[in-house]
Design a protein around this ligand. Structure first.
Ligand code: HEM
Length: 147
């Protein structure tokens, strides 16, 4: 039961995190860049973060918990000894990259967003969206027994 519940929450968190960033990347960001209007991004972010941040926390907790159904310890993943270990290790690396970029965007850019740093924020959003898609693909790889 625990595994199924974890998987359901992991899929839910993934839908919110990847889905939310795809909406931001495809429908919100292009308009903000075209009109050079950072307010368009701030308005979305101020609403989305209320569900986005909890979704990321759910991914970390359920992801590490799910990994323990496959590995004795999460650190074993860094042996890269087979595709399962490698996939889980890559997910942890991509998650750490996501956390660093997301915190930098929140602390250094979103809190003081202007037309001058809008393009720099756009690079952050693009990178986090690609990382989210890769985390989803790697997850499906674990589910389907590796690539
Ligand atoms: C934003 C972050 C993340 C996203 C979007 C994400 C997305 C996904 C998706 C879509 C799946 C496939 C589920 C399925 O096919 O049933 C999955 C599976 C999995 N993920 Fe993540 N994940 C994230 C973070 C993590 C982290 C940090 C870990 C920790 C190592 C992790 C570990 C796993 C494991 C072990 C599975 C396999 C579960 C199974 O048996 O299906 N994930 N992930």
């Amino acid at each position: 039961m625990t595994f199924k519940l974890l998987l359901i929450f992991h899929l839910l968190g993934s839908a919110v995190w990847v889905g939310g960033h795809l909406i931001l990347f495809i429908t919100i960001l292009p308009k903000a860049l075209r009109l050079r209007d950072p307010e368009i991004v701030s308005a979305f972010e101020s609403r989305y973060e209320k569900i986005g941040v909890p979704a990321l926390i759910i991914q970390v907790v359920t992801g590490i918990w799910l990994a323990h159904f496959y590995l004795n310890s999460i650190f074993d993943a860094f042996s890269f000894r087979d595709s399962l270990h490698t996939l889980i290790a890559l997910k942890i690396i991509l998650l750490l990259a996501t956390l660093v970029i997301a915190v930098h965007a929140r602390v250094r850019l979103i809190s003081k967003l202007t037309t001058n740093n809008l393009t720099f924020l756009a690079w952050h959003i693009s990178t986090i969206t690609v990382l989210g898609l890769l985390l989803l693909i790697l997850g499906a790889g674990i589910r389907s027994g590796g690539f």
